[in-house]
Design a protein around this ligand. Sequence first.
Ligand code: SPD
Length: 360
Amino acid sequence: MKKLMMSSAAVALIASAAAADEVRVYNWSDYIDEALLEKFETETGIDLVYDVFDSNEVLETKMLAGGSGYDVVVPSGTFLQRQIAAGAFQKLDASKLPNLANMWDTVKERTVQYDPDNAYSINYMWGTTGIGVNTGKVTELLGEDAPVGSLSLIFEPSNMEKLAECGVHFLDAPSEMIPAALKYIGEDPDSHDPDVIAKAEAVLAGVRPHIQKFHSSEYINALANGDICVAFGWSGDILQARDRAAEAENGVDIAYNAPSEGALMWFDQMAIPADAPNPEAAHTFLNFIMDAQNMADASNYVYYANGNLASQPMLEEDVIGDPAIYPDEATLENLYTTTPYPAKVQRVVTRLWTKIKSGT
Ligand code: SPD
């Protein structure tokens, strides 16, 4: 058998030829219609490798370590801000993104707080963090007056003690759960003061025995199948659970509520890692996603709002007309945003979260 010997220059040439035909995307799970991924490959001839995650913390570890091998990733704004500061991303080349013209100033004006001038990122979708309930089961256990739209449903031990019978999931996301616990006790959800953050520990510890699981994606099917009755999770995911249950005709009725005390509003931003193997194809992917029809198809499928104004005429009425997805002015006023924890505070948060999860 003949052995093929290649110079390192030849190996590099072959590797770059492969990269020219491939784009590697790392996005949140349950966040796109797979038909769009096929459409991208057909329209552009570029092979798409599409991997998913369900945690900003997991994505951040990869971004800060470098060498992820991804061309496009989708951190939420607060995490993006910290990663830009660490040099994890490259600036976008607007000349390769004609569909930037489709983007919505109202969202761009909000995302500049994380990415000044929106120089490194484009909004993919945005939403809120709130309460998903199986209406029938929660009413059965807590009565008609169950506080389904209040954080007291999940942070008041006497409620949680009863709900434990039918199953409660919390996000495995300290950057979401700590602000919510602080909001519940009237503290600033964006506090970076370790003494204030410690107060969230008491709230979370008080209900810890009644939480079945900390997980950031399993709750969609668990709610839809009736395996759990409450999840504190992301708006569109809970609305997807509602639809999966309706399609299954299993008698499970799921509803989403942004907490009346105030809900976290977040923005998931598409960005190109500084060391992306194929930035050219990354720009092609971003421009494809920003097409108005493509973005409308994505939102119609996953029930999240997007930052693309031109897509709005193509949105289904149960998306653009649902204030849980496109909040009205009154709801908007009751939403808060957060800023990245500095490294020292992040360590406090990580320790607290490990302790809460382990239940010690
Ligand atoms: N299944 C898609 C979920 C997207 C959630 N984005 C995370 C927001 C974090 N603040």
